[in-house]
Design a protein around this ligand. Sequence first.
Ligand code: G6P
Length: 489
Amino acid sequence: EEAGAARPFGQRLLVVANRLPVSAVRRGEDSWSLDISAGGLVSALLGVKQFEARWIGWAGVNVPDEIGQKALTKALAEKRCIPVFLDEEIVHQYYNGYCNNILWPLFHYLGLPQEDRLATTRSFQSQFAAYKKANQMFADVVNAHYEEGDVVWCHDYHLMYLPECLKKYNTKMKVGWFLHTPFPSSEIHRTLPSRYELLRSVLAADLVGFHTYDYARHFVSACTRILGLEGTPEGVEDQGKLTRVAAFPIGIDSDRFIRALELPQVQEHIKELKERFSGRKVMLGVDRLDMIKGIPQKLLAFEKFLEENPYWRDKVVLLQIAVPTRTDVPEYQKLTSQVHEIVGRINGRFGTLTAVPIHHLDCSLDFHALCALYAVTDVALVTSLRDGMNLVSYEFVACQEAKKGVLVLSEFAGAAQSLGAGAVLVNPWNITEVAASIGQALNMPAEEREKRHCHNFHHVTEHTAQEWAETFVSELNDTVVEAQLRSSK
Ligand code: G6P
């Protein structure tokens, strides 16, 4: 499947994200093999049918030589992808540093890293400089490919400096920016040393989007309190210029999951899993191995549940898929060992010669294996400490038409606002409450499960990724009209 395969009659959409939706492996001096990778953002944008999308981003690999760069650019062009080449030092300072060690934890309410608080401001400043430089490199590539009439859609916290860079090139360029993480309370944002510049740059966009109304509200508060600008119901106004700010909750391509369940190989896989875990209820966690996902807290809650409910010890299994991510960032390395330690302890305490309570996998699963796993699950545990939306909860629901299992969902995931009525909502920090919710979910009568599932299934299949993207882009197009109306007044 190509990322944004040919779309007749479509408007050109330049989708700019830190990471291209491909994984690239070098096979020789001038040869590459490419695989479309399906993360949250990627599967969402694959659902956009009526635009002719071009993707601009980093291919996730270091390509220092010109031959390699040329060959990769050529291979990517067939997938409608355009690379931004970042060298190792920039990746270290911009991606590992400023993006994943500063903005990511801050936006998820984990605060600024201790080291940077205590150290001289040098490391912070050099990381911010690299961030700006990387954003400028993205802007250069966008600008080189831009044609009049294109819309440019920038994604996520990696590219907050991009809207301003783009508008400096061309004020007429239609620029939207969407944040896939939470936008924190303005009190949290205030602690960021580069708080002014980032807000200012985002405001250069014509449309700024968030997953939930709360995030949008936090952003507008940050602009009013930190920049002293005026917040209006439409967005933020600065000297007569309006930046539209609104909520656009993302969805998934639910049909893709539903269709996959019918495939013979997925059916076969489902049968195997059912046999493998027969006589036991299956609980499932699927998370990137990230501190925001609350994996240690989830494991501790499961341990508490087993402690308090001896009856369930040999009747339930927790499958935890923990996808390695950002492995060069020390915080993530620490988390990996912490998780392994807890899993080992729990399996040591409650395992028997023939069975262990937790199957923990440090890997990603292919799409079909994941669908099968979702389908056989009785209880999904999505217990993020903070999460922009969390599409695992959506994917699980899409695969549960037969089983009608229970979703235990953190109230701090954006998804709690859309699936809250169907899910069992928990505060992931409260281990006792999560343990009790596990019991509630495992014991839930069929009728109640069905009612809750129907509510969620309806939402997930109605509010798809495609609808999300269409709404965002059509609003972005409307800002053109608004701006013209204003200038003709
Ligand atoms: C989150 C972010 C995405 C990012 C993804 C994977 O969902 O919002 O922008 O692509 O995590 O993280 P990575 O650092 O591997 O791109």
